[in-house]
Design a binder for this molecule. Structure first.
Ligand code: NAD
Length: 260
């Protein structure tokens, strides 16, 4: 049977590469994005999140095999909180019922190695508690100083996402239903999100100081797509709540022996 997958963020970068890869492998892929996709939906808003679920239900006939929640923003804005954390969780929770009819249901999201960077404890706590309104209000305060506190927003959303995966993967809703729930945490990937940062030698050197990638350096989006595709494949039966760093080594350089 042809697998049907949903990929958010399918219009660009890692999401686009994931959609292309899955299609090359013979899957049916329903792409979702705020633009240029089968399902056009704004994941920063509750209405857009609900529209995503309804449209996927309609296009799939009510059953899908895998969800790849890739859409994200990296700006020092409130929207980054709304899309990266709340939009991603709503995608996974909203589409979970459609996975239940699959013989091999899978769910994967894209976090980031940025989860290891300085973050705002209060914002992470509010996201972890599922209080979107309070989290957005906190982000509004942080965003007022884009060069300092604003920079904590992206890392905070990704830390909260990685934590969400760890906390939910083993529950009755996911593991209990036979759905492996996992994440990838990319290092620096060459996509429109990072294009300005890596356009110059100086930018690249500066970024790789913060995100050391001794193994093969900055990666193309297909590298992350391949890891995502495996996590969402029939072959993945027992990975549960793992954050797979596809980062050229930044995690081991930065954290060394502190995780095992
Ligand atoms: N590029 C990197 O170095 C890198 C590193 C770590 C993690 N990531 C993560 O990978 C994911 C994909 O990023 P990318 O590098 O491919 O960036 P990208 O900008 O190329 O793609 C992101 C996609 O998300 C979509 N999107 C943004 N806001 C949306 C909204 N409100 N509703 C629906 N879709 C929306 C965009 O339209 C775009 O197509 C993101 O979650 C990002 O945080 C990227």
């Amino acid at each position: 049977m042809t697998r049907t997958s949903v990929v958010t963020g399918a219009a660009s970068g890692i999401g686009k590469a994931t959609k292309q890869l899955l299609e090359q492998r013979g899957e049916r892929v329903i792409g979702a994005d705020i633009r240029d996709a089968e399902v056009v939906a704004d994941l920063s808003e509750p209405a857009g999140r609900a529209a995503l679920v309804e449209e996927v239900r309609r296009l799939s006939g009510g059953s899908i095999d895998a969800v790849y929640a890739v859409a994200g923003l990296s700006t020092a804005t409130v929207a980054t909180v709304a899309v990266n954390f709340s939009g991603t969780v709503a995608t996974l929770e909203g589409l979970r019922p459609l996975l239940l009819g699959s013989p091999a249901p899978r769910a994967v999201l894209v976090s980031s190695m940025a989860a290891l960077m300085p973050s705002d404890e209060e914002l992470v706590a509010l996201l972890t508690a599922g209080d979107e309104q309070a989290a957005l209000a906190r982000a509004e305060i942080l965003a007022k100083e884009p060069a300092t506190t604003g920079r904590l927003i992206y890392a905070s959303t990704k830390l909260a996402l990685s934590r969400w995966v760890r906390r939910h993967a083993s529950t009755s809703q996911w593991a209990g239903e036979g759905i492996p729930l996992n994440a990838v945490a990319p290092g620096v990937i060459s996509t429109p999100m990072t294009a300005d940062l890596i356009a110059t030698d100086e930018g690249r050197v500066g970024l790789l100081k913060a995100v050391p990638m001794p193994l093969n350096g900055i990666a193309e989006p297909v590298v992350v797509a391949q890891a995502l595709a495996w996590l969402g494949s029939v072959e993945n039966t027992h990975l549960c709540g793992q954050i797979v760093y596809v980062d050229g080594g930044s995690d081991v350089v930065l954290r060394g022996d502190s995780v095992w």
